[in-house]
Ligand binder design. Structure first.
Ligand code: SF4
Ligand code: SF4
Length: 269
């Protein structure tokens, strides 16, 4: 009798080369760039405050607050600045939704190592080699060709990723013991939550975002306006109580929504 040798499926293992942290400027999936170039300079409630080629990855406001604290603890200037905001005409307030680190390499990268690796870090730090997960609706179906950034450690995994969508999701769920797959799925859920929440705020008339004004005018108004972080605004406007906001951020941190989404997908397929 001939024994069939079952090969274990390859698993991703980060070699900690530091390359994804050393070139963070301008790293953006093509479809995001195209969309932002068209829409983010005054045609949508969310206004891009810096040129796209200057952008590094986004930090949500609660992540930026943590990074601002950690930079002091680590003796680092994180160069953290607002990157996207809503100008609310009701209150003449600039609501800062995301920040970025204005640097070519991540300022927290020292001797090729992350100096805050022991912390929760930001989603974008924890989701790489993914750029996005398979459930995000961008108009382009997720495939192994459009989900990943450039990462040498993916070379051994890539050929084994199935083409079939269902098989691919199941494979991804088992192949990333570092948790990056769950982080990518949760990050996409956070993106969708931000967009839906902005729409809900407009419908409830809690904000009246400035749109279709000349871009230079918007940027000037934002720079002169009083500023508030998005999640602080949600509490201040009674959209959430502070306890609800805290619990929601805990849910995001624990990838609770991603775990449910992946479990449901696997159960139904
Ligand atoms: S995720 Fe990839 S690019 Fe980033 S440090 Fe690990 S091996 Fe290097
Ligand atoms: S905070 Fe750490 S993991 Fe995140 S980009 Fe910077 S060096 Fe990399």
């Amino acid at each position: 009798m001939q024994l069939k040798v079952i090969q274990p499926e390859p698993k991703f293992s980060c070699s900690q080369c530091g390359s994804c942290c050393s070139k963070i400027r301008g790293m953006m999936p093509r479809e995001d760039k195209e969309f932002l170039e068209k829409m983010a300079y005054g045609k949508m409630p969310l206004i891009q405050l810096v040129p796209l080629e200057q952008m590094t990855f986004p930090l949500y406001d609660w992540e930026a607050k943590r990074f601002k604290k950690w930079q002091h603890e680590a003796g680092i200037d994180g160069k953290i600045k607002p990157s996207r905001a809503i100008l609310d005409l009701n209150t003449n307030t600039a609501i800062i939704v995301t920040y970025f680190m204005d640097s070519d390499a991540c300022p927290f990268l020292k001797d090729n190592k992350c100096s805050i690796y022991y912390t929760k870090r930001a989603y974008v730090c924890r989701l790489f080699p993914f750029n996005r997960g398979p459930f995000l609706d961008t108009g382009e179906k997720a495939s192994k060709e459009n989900m990943f950034g450039t990462c040498g450690a993916m070379e051994s995994v890539m050929p084994h990723i199935p083409e079939n969508y269902t098989d691919m999701v199941k494979f991804l769920n088992g192949a990333f013991p570092d948790g990056s797959f769950g982080n990518a799925v949760q990050h996409d859920i956070v993106i969708e939550w931000v967009n839906k929440t902005i729409v809900a705020l407009i419908k409830k008339r809690l904000i009246r975002p400035a749109m279709n004004y000349p871009y230079d005018f918007l940027v000037k108004r934002i720079s002169n306006a009083e500023k508030i972080d998005f999640t602080d605004f949600l509490v201040k406007s009674n959209y959430f109580s502070s306890g609800e906001m805290e619990n929601l951020i805990k849910r995001f941190d624990n990838n609770s929504d991603a775990k449910e989404k992946i479990e449901e997908f696997i159960k139904n397929n």
